[in-house]
Design a protein around this ligand. Structure first.
Ligand code: FES
Length: 164
């Protein structure tokens, strides 16, 4: 019978902890991307670094935030790969988030999300990423929302049907 050393025991425990935390993070980062009709939500000419622009997508009742971060972001477009967009509905209880101090911050219970890392929760009560909104930029510099990665808070489907 082989003896297990303290070092091997601690090492195997750390491996188990690392593996146990992997599926949730990967699942959130790999949320299904649901495509909707492309909608113009801004332009390179009017987008300012550090200033969030609100828009409606994929329907008029769903608010999103378009951002130019000034540093590369996962899924970022533009010359600096820093233009991203997210659902503005906090994944804790749906309050509207705002862009402040390089974070998307919720005023209700102070959750914070990292827009450079797929909307990952930075701190607070929210337990899942903000849905990222993939973008397309055309030759004229117009910015379009083309999909939503994941489910917008409080919805069974990302597009509400009339009367829903
Ligand atoms: S609704 Fe955003 S932290 Fe609670």
């Amino acid at each position: 019978m082989s003896q297990i050393t303290r070092r091997r025991f601690v090492g195997s425990g750390m491996t188990i902890v690392a593996l146990a935390s992997l599926p949730r993070a990967r699942a959130q980062a790999m949320a299904p991307s649901l495509g909707y009709p492309a909608t113009r939500i801004g332009s390179l000419g009017t987008l300012k670094e550090g200033v969030g622009q609100y828009f409606a997508y994929p329907d008029d009742a769903a608010q999103g935030l378009l951002l130019k971060l000034g540093k590369p972001a996962i899924g970022g477009l533009g010359k600096e790969r820093d233009i991203v967009a997210f659902s503005a509905a906090c994944t804790h209880m749906g309050c509207g988030v705002a862009y402040k101090g390089e974070r998307l911050q919720c005023p209700c219970h102070y959750s914070m999300f990292d827009p450079a890392k797929n909307g990952q929760v930075y701190q607070g009560l929210a337990s899942s990423y903000l849905p990222q909104i993939p973008l397309r930029i055309d030759a004229a510099g117009d910015i379009y929302a083309v999909a939503v990665e994941g489910l917008i808070w409080g919805r069974a489907r990302n597009i509400l049907s009339k009367g829903a």
